[in-house]
Design a protein around this ligand. Structure first.
Ligand SMILES: O=C(O)CCCC[C@@H]1SC[C@@H]2NC(=O)N[C@@H]21
Length: 180
């Protein structure tokens, strides 16, 4: 129990720390930034598993919602729920669940490929569904335009998926007792 609390807190803190990496706001992405924090969401799903990973993300989100400026660029507070990133933000725990479930099913046979596939399906497939709908609702963009805007993030998120898969495999090799 104590170990679980410590791990969940650690990953919530990791996602917060990744917010220190400067965000990149591209003019054609509807005001949604490129952020390193999605790497933290992927790592939480891969290394804590679906439910504890989602819990770590939810803890981080609760602290942000309470006003802590822990999102990249120093954002926080309830205003996040009215901004163009709301769908991605709300989608993070669902992405962590999908990543954790897919990785559990694949990691024994293919730790790296499984980590990449899980992170791409959860961190792009599932997450972008929420993100695109949210972007469309908040900005009034139609779903096609919001999807095109979201495509901006695909190369960076694939890179994060590869990095997350290697980190998860190495930590699992070195300290199997610390991961899901
Ligand atoms: O800071 C926020 O309010 C949430 C940011 C969401 C950014 C999304 S997550 C998926 C995609 N990949 C990125 O690097 N940025 C977007």
């Amino acid at each position: 129990m104590e170990k679980t609390v410590a791990r969940v807190a650690l990953f919530a803190a990791l996602i917060a720390a990744l917010g220190l990496v400067p965000q990149l706001v591209l003019p054609f992405a509807g005001g949604v930034p490129i952020t390193a924090q999605t790497l933290g969401v992927m790592l939480a799903g891969l290394m804590l598993g679906p439910w504890r990973g989602a819990l770590a993300v939810l803890v981080f989100m609760a602290v942000v919602a309470m006003g802590a400026p822990l999102l990249a660029g120093g954002r926080g507070g309830l205003g996040v729920f009215a901004g163009p990133t709301v769908g991605f933000f709300v989608g993070w725990p669902f992405a962590a669940i999908a990543i954790g479930l897919i990785y559990r099913a694949m990691r024994a046979r293919a730790p790296i490929v499984g980590g990449i596939v899980a992170s791409v399906l959860g961190g792009i497939g599932v997450l972008y569904f929420f993100g695109i709908v949210g972007l469309s609702l908040v900005t009034g963009m139609d779903l096609i335009a919001a999807t095109v805007a979201a495509l901006t993030f695909v190369p960076g998120d694939i890179l994060k998926a590869v990095i997350a898969a290697f980190i998860a495999r190495e930590v699992r090799r070195a300290r199997p007792d610390l991961v899901d």
